[in-house]
Structures are given as structure tokens and as C-alpha cells.
Design a protein around this ligand. Structure first.
Ligand code: LRH
Length: 460
């Protein structure tokens, strides 16, 4: 994305879009990170000259390992790979939930970096770089760990903002592989000569942004009040509130809420909800049928019949999603969705219920009142999901911007260059320049209360 930012201007221009397809090799699910980097170079090559800077963000938790010469030791492994099966349970038993949560403030997800590292061979590793830091390293030659993304590793001390030496030594992980931390807005370096020659941007500064995509997305939520919840809705739905300080109570730990680091030292207090992954995987199984037509059909299917627990880890791995959804309904004694439109409706109703639960719990556990829900990211295009989320939560949903992550990324750069203000000003700029749509709740929350109770009841 190329962007233009000014006092009343915030424009994005899409330079290049490419699929990020995982590849299974020898039974392990990998990311094609060199392919991604090649596409980054191609995108930069097609950018206009005179760019002020560039910033990199990506999904969280995954990493590449470098050897002593700075070479990548194999392709990064996808967080959905089963190599971490059982690892989190073992470490939780060894170290204790309370200690892990007090140290990192992170929700227990089997793919957090800490558990991936415990399943990895680190014998030849000298440096660990999270994915955006790896891309920035290839662009500049500089290593480091940007803080918002580092906060998803499970190894960052949530109170001090430094790497947790205590956790590292308890787990026997080599502390030396974790590079120095850096904050959004700090300079990383300039394009190294080979990257400059390939792209035609000599001397282009690379600036650290909220390199965790969700951190950038939350920074670009067009909130005009403190009393907002957000749903950063794409492959995942990241649902929560923004706080000044972490919530580390036992209730919070048991509710599996995370305290991830936001831009400006804020805390993203949220829960990972399975998100549109459920839908994406259904579409992939069905050979990618026309989505708008399917959504239009799903809008006419009677709602709240087939339901799944969208937080169930059984939905994490890829493959055979419609069959897994059917089996889940059957096991719970709920009607099995008949056909594609009913399956899509089941997914969207279930996501709306999971959104509602996470919004309510985030508010209750943090004490933050919520008056409005901002739904940003690709999911904000999905009218049915926005409407169902408003109905389920009983709150107005403001949908958009679709490209919240890219906007948060460029706003952090603009700010570092003195071309944009702080978080509140940046959000006002987003609210004033980007198309947003408002979905009022229907007021019929009884049906959703019943559905939530039905889903919470033990399987019949
Ligand atoms: C969303 C996201 C999310 C993480 C997951 C691994 O893209 O970064 O915040 O939990 O990917």
C-alpha cells in the first residue's frame, strides 16, 4: 500500500496484493517467506518515487531463525502446524498458569511463540526474528524485535516491557536469540543497497510501526469516545477494549483474555475468536464459490439454529471445515446445517455470538463501559456479520475501515515523520476521511440470550 497523509488527508493506494499461501513440506506446514519478501520487493518497485518511509506489519507469533552468519535456518513454520500439539499443556503443567499469566499477560493459545520454541530445534539458531522483523531485516540489514508483536510471543514481561529472563531460564530457552526491542515510530534503518537497487528507492528509511497487524488495526479504529470495543475482523476476530494497564486477575486468566501491547504503550485487552477462518476454510473446501451470492442466500436462512462454539481449538487446523462444523453440531445435539448457505449462516451466527461474549467479558473484566463496537478489517465488508454482531451484542456496530491495518501502519510512520498527531488525532483523521457504515441493533436480544445459553449448556 502506498499512502498519502496530511492534516486532513489519509489516502491509500493499493500497489500489490498477493495470496499468502501456506505450503506443506515433509508433513510440516510452512510459510513461503521468500515468496512474501519477493512480493514486498515487487510492491516497492511499483511505488511512486519520493516515498518518505516504509513500515512492515504482519500476523503475529511466527518467526524465522538466523544462524551466526545471518542466514535463515529453514522456512518459518505456520502457527497452525500440529508440532505444538500437547506442548502448551506440558509447559502449563510445568511452569503453572498463574506464573505464565502474571509474567506475560497472554491468553493461552497453543501457537504462542513460547510453545512453538519449545517444539523447535534451536541448536543452530543465533537470532530469532518475528515475521515483520525478518522482512525489515532483509530490507535493511538491521535486527530487532518490535514491541507490539513481541508482546504476542509469551516471552515479554507485561509489566516491564522487557524480555522476561525469568521465563526464558525456566523454559531453558537461550535468551541470546532474542534481539533488542524497539517501539513503533523508531527508525530501523534504510534500504540496503541490494534492496534499493531492486526497488529503485535508494536511501528509503524503514520505520518501526505497530508490526503486529492487530496493533496497527486497533490504532486505526475510528473511535470518537473511550467507551468503545473493537473487533479486528479478518482470518481472526480480535475482540476487546483498549486499556492503559493490563488486567492480570484470576478471572481474566480463566476467561482466557490477553494483554497484548498496543501502539503508544496501550494494552490491547482482547480475546482471539476463530474469525472468518471458519468461512474461508469452508469456501476453500467448496472450490471457492461466489461469496456475495452465498452471503445473500445465508441472510435468508432462518438464524440461530445450527451453532458452534467458535472458540473451540478443534477448528484451528486447515481442511474439511464443513464436515467438522457438522460434526460439532451433531455432537452438541444441535441441528446440522443442511447445505452451503445454512453452513455459512451457522458460522456467522456463531461468530456473532462469540463477538458478543468477548465484548461483554472484556467490559466486565476490565471495568470499561462499552457504548459502541468498531468492526474493522476485511470482515467489515460482510454486512450480514456486522448486522448479526450488532443484534447479538445489543450495541451499535460501526463498520470500517476495511484497511485498518494498513492505515495504522502508515499513521505510525506519519507520526514518526511529524506528519500526524497522537492516537486520538490519528483516529479522528480516520473517522473524518474513511467511509464507515453504522448498524443499529434490532433490540431483539432475547433470542440471542437463548442461543448463548443453548451453546453454553453441556452437549446433550
Ligand atoms: C491476526 C493475528 C492475530 C494473532 C494471529 C496469529 O492476523 O495477528 O492477532 O493472534 O494472527
Amino acid at each position: 500500500m502506498a499512502a498519502r497523509v496530511g492534516p486532513r488527508t489519509l489516502e491509500l493506494d493499493e500497489l500489490r496484493r498477493f495470496p499468502n499461501r501456506p505450503v506443506r513440506v515433509n508433513g510440516t506446514l510452512h510459510w513461503d517467506v521468500l515468496g512474501l519478501y519477493g512480493n514486498v520487493l515487487d510492491g516497492l518497485r511499483s511505488a511512486p518515487s519520493g516515498l518518505a518511509s516504509v513500515g512492515v506489519d504482519s500476523w503475529a507469533v511466527d518467526y524465522g531463525l538466523l544462524d551466526g552468519s545471518g542466514a535463515l535456518l529453514g522456512n518459518p513454520v505456520h502457527y497452525r502446524d500440529p508440532r505444538t500439539d500437547g506442548v502448551m499443556e506440558r509447559i502449563r503443567a510445568e511452569v503453572g498458569d498463574d506464573l505464565l499469566y502474571q509474567a506475560s499477560g497472554l491468553q493461552f493459545l497453543p501457537f504462542n511463540t513460547i510453545y512453538q520454541l519449545a517444539a523447535d530445534d534451536l541448536s543452530r539458531a543465533r537470532t530469532l526474528l518475528l515475521i515483520p522483523d525478518l522482512l525489515a531485516y532483509w530490507l535493511t540489514g538491521e535486527t530487532g524485535a518490535e514491541r507490539t508483536n513481541a508482546s504476542t510471543t509469551g516471552l515479554l514481561d507485561v509489566r516491564t516491557g522487557a524480555w522476561s529472563n525469568d521465563l526464558l531460564s525456566r523454559l531453558g530457552l537461550p535468551a541470546g536469540i532474542l534481539p533488542p526491542l524497539r517501539d513503533p515510530g523508531s527508525p530501523i534503518g534504510v534500504l540496503r543497497p541490494d534492496a534499493a537497487a531492486e526497488t529503485g528507492h535508494p536511501g528509503l528509511p524503514v520505520v518501526a510501526v505497530g508490526s503486529h497487524d492487530t496493533a496497527s488495526a486497533v490504532a486505526a479504529v475510528p473511535a470518537t469516545t473511550d467507551r468503545f470495543a473493537y473487533i479486528s475482523c479478518g482470518t481472526w476476530s480480535l475482540v476487546g477494549v483498549e486499556l492503559d494497564a493490563p488486567v492480570l486477575t484470576e478471572e481474566s486468566r480463566k476467561a482466557n483474555f490477553t494483554n497484548e501491547g498496543g501502539v503508544d504503550g496501550t494494552v490491547r485487552y482482547l480475546r482471539n475468536v476463530m474469525g472468518l477462518w471458519l468461512l474461508q476454510e469452508c469456501l476453500r473446501t467448496w472450490g471457492d464459490p461466489d461469496l456475495p451470492a452465498l452471503l445473500a442466500e445465508a441472510a435468508h436462512v432462518p438464524g440461530l439454529r445450527s451453532l458452534i462454539d467458535a472458540g473451540d481449538p478443534e477448528f484451528l487446523p486447515p481442511g474439511g471445515m464443513p464436515a467438522r462444523i457438522a460434526a460439532h453440531c451433531r455432537r452438541r445435539g444441535l441441528p446440522v446445517p443442511e447445505g452451503r448457505a445454512a453452513t455459512v449462516r451457522c458460522v456467522l451466527d456463531s461468530l456473532a455470538l462469540a463477538h458478543r461474549a468477548a465484548i461483554r467479558q472484556a467490559a466486565a473484566l476490565s471495568g470499561r463501559d462499552v457504548e459502541v463496537v468498531h468492526l474493522v478489517g476485511g470482515g467489515s465488508r460482510n454486512d450480514l456479520l456486522c448486522r448479526l454482531t450488532a443484534d447479538a451484542s445489543g450495541l451499535p456496530v460501526v463498520a470500517g475501515p476495511v484497511e485498518a491495518t494498513a492505515l495504522g501502519n502508515v499513521l505510525a510512520q506519519a507520526r514518526a515523520l511529524g506528519a500526524a498527531g497522537g492516537l486520538a488525532e490519528s483516529r479522528a483523521l480516520v473517522a473524518g476521511t474513511q467511509p464507515l457504515r453504522r448498524f443499529a441493533p434490532s433490540g431483539d436480544t432475547d433470542r440471542w440470550d437463548e442461543a448463548a445459553a443453548l451453546l453454553a449448556s453441556p452437549a446433550r
